[in-house]
Ligand binder design. Sequence first.
Ligand code: ZN
Length: 300
Amino acid sequence: MLNRRQLVALGALVATVIASPALAQSKLKVVASFSILGDLVRNVGGERIELAVLVGPNSDAHVYAPTPADAKTVGEAKVVFVNGLGLEGWMTRLVKAAGAKAPAIVVSQGIKSLRMEDEHNAGRMTTDPHAWQSVGNARIYVGNIRAGLIAADPAGKNVYEANAKAYLARLDALEREVLAAIAKIPADRRRIITTHDAFGYFAAAYGVEFIAPAGVSTEAEPSAKAVATIIDQIKRQKIPAVFLENVSDPRLIQQIARETGAKVGGTLYSDALSVPQGPAASYIEMMRNNIRELGQALGG
Ligand code: ZN
């Protein structure tokens, strides 16, 4: 005979076995291409979704090489969210290769995209994919995510709408923080130098000038000429600080700092979140980290 404790344990075990598959089945399988987008999707999807993020913390979505496991994940998903604007070209091939039935939803749909000169093909224009660096654009991402989840799981409409509403309110508060932080930096010091050109939307939205030797993608090394031009500009304009990025090799920025006397102002999170214990574990924490670093280095 089983004693009472064993019966309770057995009961719990049976409950787990019965509940797990049902629970797993009831959750909507969703894929997000990279960590920042994954956080936005998690905030709207909440408990109703089972989220897989392909390019994780501190990893570079420009140059990712998908694995066979990624193809399986995408093949099983009911919804796939991508940034678009040329960030993850590999995603189109992956969705095709995986035979995915789920629609790939481009969350940047509806934003006003920025065009800039391609650093590696002089005279040619390219689209800047880093739209999430403006909180206003993140709001548009959230709207597209909400619509995509409701289309795939109409029964969850009320939940997705409530989650999105609560999160959008937090984004409104975040944007007020960003504006207040930039306003504290003297206007002539609002110049920011990073390795790759990831902050064009931030610059346009918040009145900061960003300068980067590597262009909008991390795929190619910056040219010696581009680096020399920036070193000259830092000296001429007496730019006080340069910044590292979590997805870029720090050596170039360290070299520029040495050659100009500008200080290294800390690490900005551009294309990926930090690990959960780090300073940029969510989109909101990432933006807060960046304005804190900018304020400390440029605040005067
Ligand atoms: Zn980038």
